[in-house]
Structure formats: C-alpha cells, structure tokens
Design a protein around this ligand. Structure first.
Ligand SMILES: CCCCC/C=C\C/C=C\C/C=C\CC/C=C/C(=O)SCCNC(=O)CCNC(=O)[C@H](O)C(C)(C)COP(=O)(O)OP(=O)(O)OC[C@H]1O[C@@H](n2cnc3c(N)ncnc32)[C@H](O)[C@@H]1OP(=O)(O)O
Ligand SMILES: Cc1cc2nc3c(=O)[nH]c(=O)nc-3n(C[C@H](O)[C@H](O)[C@H](O)COP(=O)(O)OP(=O)(O)OC[C@H]3O[C@@H](n4cnc5c(N)ncnc54)[C@H](O)[C@@H]3O)c2cc1C
Length: 596
C-alpha cells in the first residue's frame, strides 16, 4: 500500500517537474493519483514555502535547490501531542550552545513529541521544526529550524531521533502523518531560519522582523491556499452528485408516469444547487484573497506591516468558513446520492474526509474565528475613537448612528443586509464585553464570556465579505460574457444570497426591517430560482471540466454508466477473488457444526 502511494506520488511529482509546471498544478494533477493526498503534499505545500518565507537569501540559496530537486524531502512539524492551537505553549526546545555553535533540540516529555506532520512517518528526511528558542538562558518563543531527521542514503533515523507513523485516521491515509522526538539532538546554528530573527555565534539574539508574528507566515499562506482548495473539492463533489442525480430515477410522484430523475425533485435541487453556487463563491473569493495576500507581501517587502492584521483576520475567517461550508456541503452531496454516495468508489467519502480535516488543521475553526473577532472588536473600538476603518470593515460606519437598515430584497440590498447583520453582531459583542467589565469582570473574563457571540460575529463578517465579493466579482467577470452566460452566473450568485438570507432570517429580523412578508417573498423567489437553474445544472458542473481520472468516481463519470461502474469496482474487491472465503472453513462451518 505505502509503496504504491510513494510510487504514484513520485510519478506525479517528477512528471510535473519534467513538464516544468508549478506546484499548484501538482496539487491538481495529484488528484489523478490520490483520492486523498500525496505523501509529498507537505513538501511542496509547507516545507518549500517556509524556506522561502522564513530563510535569509543565503539560506534559501542552500536549501531551496535541494528541496525543489527533491534531493531532500521535507515536512512541517509544529504541532505536538500536547499543543496544536497554542503555539506559544509548544514544549520542544532549541537551546543554543555557543561553545559548539549548535542548537540542542529536546522533547522534554511525551506531550512534547511532534505529532501529525504529513509525510513525517516514513517519507520525509528533513523537516521544519517549531521549537522554543533559548539562548543565554532566555526563552525567545517559538522559532523555525530546518532539521535533517534521516540519513539521505539509508533513510535510517539519525542518532537522537525517534520517528514513526501515527496510525490510521478518518482520512488523509496516504499522508503517513508522523511523530518525532529529539534526545539532545544537535544542529548547526545556521539551521535556525534567520529571516525574522537571528542568533549570532556568541549566542546574541537579534530580532529582525518588525512584526512578532511573521514566524506564523506559512500558516497564513496555507490558509489562503486552502480557500481555493475547498472550492475545488466542492466542485468535484457537486459534479459527482449532480451527474448521478441526472442518471438516478426513483419513485413515482404521479401514477402511470415514469420514475423521474431525482434531479427533478425540488428538495434535490435545494441540496445541490447551493453547492454549485458556493464553489463559484469560494473560487472568486479565494482569488480576491490571494490578491490581498500578495499585496500585503509587497507592503511587507517595503517594511510596512500595517496591512498584516487585516490579512490575518481575513485569512482566518475565510479559511474557517470555507472549510466548514465545504465539509457540510460535501456531506450534503453524499446525502443526495443515497446509499451509493456512501460507497468509497463514489469518491464522496474521501472528499469529505479531506475537507473535514481541513476544518481543523492549519487552525481550528473556532480558534481562527476568534482571531478574526479580536480584529473586529479592535476595529469597532478604533471607530469609536474616530480612527479610520480598513476597507473590509467600511460597513461598520453605517452602524455608527445605530439606525436599523431598511430591508431591500435586491441582490445589492441583501448584501447590505448582511453588512448590517455583521455590524449589529459585532456591536452586540462590544456591548456584552463592556457590560461584563462594568459588572466587575476583567477584560479576559469578559472576552471569554462573550466568545460564543464573538464566533457568530466573525462568521457574520465573513459571510458579508463573501456575499459582497461574490456579487461584485460576478458582475465584473460577466461584463463581457454573452447574455446567456451572464444570466446563468447571475442566477447562481443570486441563489447564494437568497439561500443565506433564508438561513439567517433571525439575524436579518434583528438588524434590519425585514418582515414576515419579506421572508415569504424570499422563499418564493428562492424556489422559483431553483427551477430556473435546473435545465443548466448538468452543464454547470460539466463546466468545472473534471476528467474522469481526476474525479475518480463511479457515480460522477462523464458517460453516466453508474451501475456498470459500481459493479466493475465491486468485482475488483479482494473478497470477490474466491467464491468461498477460507474463513468459512476456518470459522463459520465449525460454528455451524457446533465445533467452535
Ligand atoms: C503540492 C501543492 C502545493 C499547493 C499548496 C496548497 C495548499 C495546501 C498545502 C498544504 C496543506 C496540506 C496539509 C496541511 C497539513 C496541516 C498542517 C498544519 O496544521 S501546520 C500547524 C497549523 N497550526 C495552527 O494553525 C495553529 C493555530 N494557532 C495559531 O495560529 C495561534 O496560536 C493563535 C491561535 C493565533 C493564537 O496565538 P497567540 O500567540 O496566542 O496569539 P494571540 O491570539 O495572543 O494574538 C497575538 C497577536 O498576534 C496576531 N496574530 C496571531 N496569529 C497571527 C498570524 N498568523 N499572522 C499575523 N498576526 C497574527 C493576533 O492577531 C494578535 O494581534 P493583536 O495583539 O490583536 O494586534
Ligand atoms: C489531517 C491533519 C493533518 C495535520 N497535519 C499537520 C502538519 O502537517 N503539521 C503540523 O504541525 N500539524 C498538523 N496538524 C495538526 C493541526 O494543525 C492541529 O490539530 C490544529 O491546529 C488544531 O490544534 P489541536 O489539535 O491542538 O486542537 P485544540 O486546539 O486542542 O482543539 C480542541 C478544542 O479546543 C478548542 N480550543 C482550543 N483553543 C481554544 C481557545 N483559545 N478558545 C476556544 N476554544 C479553543 C478548539 O476549538 C477545539 O474545540 C494536522 C491535523 C490534522 C487533523
């Protein structure tokens, strides 16, 4: 199994390399080899980006060619058995020894063991290790080190290294996630990645970066990438589910009528068409976020870190919401396919297990939304002090006078409605925190007592951002399209707004003048729109243009031969190799004969 996985991974990697293509393409083509992920994903997805983001030019000149030519294979080992979210609580230490100009790595106890790094179990021979940096008796917090853990010739773990695979998981089972422990393991001083902080030969710590969290830069990059990844995953899942729903015929709503395609049921359209819209919404939002990210990187290259807090807030909530929505909607695609959606050969289980993992790794959902909430509350307080708001929070101004937004059910009006909900929920959080403080709580406790509302406020902010970006980008990108294409894409973006307006009627009743009659109108418009989209549903998923080799699905293949493919896959299962399993003779027959 593992051997096949590595072989496929290398064919994929070297094949793309020979074609001189870049790693995002690798990510896409790896889907033709793996239903889950490549054992080399962490090498290209985090090890290489960290060398680029955390190393000096001299260090990059040493390590980057080796990594890009696969002369070394790396991963990213930050999380430990005892800590994942709380990076400042990591227990692995790197203590500088000036007499030998080395760092001594230690995992002082079991909970300090690195745990989870993808590819660490059996594939990688190097890794980025986040460790508490000690020099001259002072701890300077978590810093990144590049560490060789295996002999590049024999692949044996180096002396002082304990490494292995963590065992089966819900998914990601082609990633050989591993554990790693250090017993007084020494590395050269130069293996501290020194772009943002340095240690001189005599052990003097020199802070280079203007912002204390640039060490966390790789996580911001991956969070930005994951929003696009989620759009891609969801597009695959809804392609499978819509194509299957066009093939599947079931029940007889009208006597003496043939069984209809299940795609003709309004409830099926309700399950699936939001998935098509959401895939588009996330793809457009991910491109917008990527452009924001590259803009902030450019600012930081000019020494300006002022835009980093907003990027951290955006990448945090968009990663949280895109992964949460995608997990839920891929499961909804699985539900829409009945029993066959539960078959591994449908590929929906693997897509779900990948997406639901992404809701956790690279920053847990709740934790990241609270990071965004921290930025929202600070922005509200700055607005109260008359300071300017960042672009994505301009809508807070409308809430300054506290007047209720009048409901307008045009697409732009609905977008403004979501702005009002976000502004209202953030304001309610600020009010709650201030109430608790007035009642004698300190700020930290007042914050903790408001965290359930803060998570909701961050989600509302994120939803408002997605709605606005999706609407604006659709208008911009369809300006030059044919009327037909423009009409269909407008239908999808309007469906997204109507769907979420109906999901958030409570908030809209609270923070806008939405009435019960307005809700009835929204519901009627939503249902009518589902019927309008139905004729184009298969065309819309075909437009995602997934080859069967990438979709890897018995239910979603282009030719629609679902039952034949299900049976073909069933007959391949090892249990069908022999008509009678030898377990019959060993166990069942003796049991039937009372001999067990
Ligand atoms: C072949 C394909 C190539 C393409 C690649 C595409 C995509 C996929 C590639 C790879 C992915 C595949 C698999 C990935 C496998 C998974 C890997 C991992 O999971 S790596 C480990 C990830 N771990 C985390 O994300 C931990 C989450 N925890 C944190 O981020 C922090 O600990 C947390 C929660 C932010 C709290 O940190 P703390 O030190 O307590 O900070 P405070 O909350 O006190 O905040 C202090 C200030 O710092 C600001 N801050 C915090 N984080 C950041 C940041 N990342 N950037 C900028 N600023 C940050 C925060 O806002 C506070 O600022 P103020 O004081 O409010 O001004
Ligand atoms: C498939 C997979 C692959 C992974 N790959 C890697 C890898 O390659 N490299 C790597 O370093 N790591 C990796 N990870 C680890 C991942 O980054 C962590 O699991 C993730 O950051 C969550 O941290 P945790 O496990 O400590 O969860 P915890 O933070 O312990 O979460 C447990 C609960 O506590 C809650 N919680 C925690 N802190 C707070 C808070 N401040 N306020 C409110 N609630 C809180 C969480 O919301 C959650 O409900 C991987 C994980 C998975 C699942």
């Amino acid at each position: 199994m593992y051997g096949q996985i590595v072989r496929d991974g290398l064919v994929n990697v070297t094949g793309i390399e020979d074609l001189g293509l870049t790693s995002p393409v690798l990510q896409r083509t790896s889907d033709a080899f793996f239903k889950e992920i490549s054992p080399f994903l962490l090498h290209f997805g985090m090890f290489v980006p960290t060398i680029i983001g955390q190393c000096t030019p001299e260090q990059q000149a040493k390590w980057l060619p080796l990594a890009m030519d696969l002369k070394i294979i790396g991963t990213y080992a930050q999380t430990e058995l005892g800590h994942g979210t709380f990076i400042r609580g990591l227990e692995t230490t790197a203590t500088y020894d000036a007499s030998t100009e080395q760092f001594i790595l230690k995992t002082p106890k079991l909970s300090s063991y690195k745990w989870w790094a993808g590819g660490l179990g059996k594939t990688a021979n190097h890794c980025i290790v986040l460790a508490q940096l000690y020099t001259k008796g002072v701890c300077h917090g978590p810093h990144p080190f590049i560490v060789q853990i295996r002999d590049t010739e024999t692949h044996m773990p180096l002396p002082g290294i304990k490494v292995g695979e963590i065992g089966p998981k819900l998914g990601f089972n082609t990633a050989d996630n591993g554990f790693l422990g250090f017993e007084d393991f020494r590395i050269p001083r130069e293996n501290l990645m020194m772009k943002n902080a340095q240690v001189t030969k005599d052990g003097t710590y020199v802070k280079v970066a203007r912002h204390g969290k640039l060490t966390y830069g790789t996580m911001v990059f991956v969070r930005v990438m994951l929003v696009s990844d989620m759009a891609y995953c969801l597009a695959k899942a809804v392609t499978i589910a819509v194509r299957y729903s066009a093939v599947r015929r079931q029940s007889q709503p009208k006597p003496d009528q043939p069984e209809p395609q299940v795609l003709d049921y309004l409830t099926q359209q309700h399950k699936l068409f939001i998935c098509i819209s959401t895939a588009h919404a996330m793809k457009l939002t991910s491109t917008w976020l990527w452009n924001t990210f590259t803009g902030v990187l450019a600012d930081m290259r000019d020494g300006n870190t002022d835009t980093l807090p907003e990027l951290h807030a955006l990448s945090s909530c968009l990663k949280a919401i895109s992964t949460s929505d995608t997990s839920a909607l891929i499961e909804q695609c699985r539900f829409a396919c009945g029993g066959h959606g539960y078959m591994y050969s449908s590929n929906l289980p693997a897509l779900y297990s990948f997406a639901t993992a992404t809701r956790t790794y690279e920053g847990d959902y709740t934790v990241l939304l609270l990071q965004t909430a921290r930025f929202l509350v600070k922005s509200w307080e700055q607005m109260d002090e008359g300071k300017p708001l960042t672009p994505t929070l301009a809508y807070l101004e409308q809430s300054r006078n506290g007047s209720q937004v009048s409901w307008d059910d045009s697409p732009e009006g609905i977008v403004r409605g979501f702005d009002a909900v976000a502004a209202g929920r953030i304001g309610a959080c600020v009010k709650s925190i201030r109430k608790h403080i007035n009642n004698g709580m300190d700020y930290e406790d007042a914050w903790q007592m408001t965290t359930v509302q803060l998570v909701g406020a961050a989600e509302a902010h994120c939803r408002a951002v997605i709605c606005r970006v999706y609407r604006d980008e659709t208008a911009r990108l369809t300006a030059g399209c044919s009327p037909g294409v423009k009409a269909v894409l407008d239908q999808l973006s309007t469906l997204y707004l109507l769907y979420w307006a109906l999901e958030r009627t409570g908030d809209l009743l609270r923070f806008s003048s939405l009435s019960e009659r307005d809700i009835e109108n929204l519901q009627a418009r939503y249902e009518a729109l589902l019927l309008k989209i139905r004729p184009n549903a298969v065309g819309l998923v075909d437009a995602f243009d997934f080859r069967d080799e990438v979709l890897m699905s018995t239910l979603g293949s282009y030719d629609g031969r679902v039952y034949e493919r299900l049976m073909e896959e069933a007959l391949k299962t090892p249990l069908n190799r022999e008509p009678v399993s030898d377990s019959f003779h060993k166990y069942i027959k003796p049991m039937m004969q009372g001999k067990l």
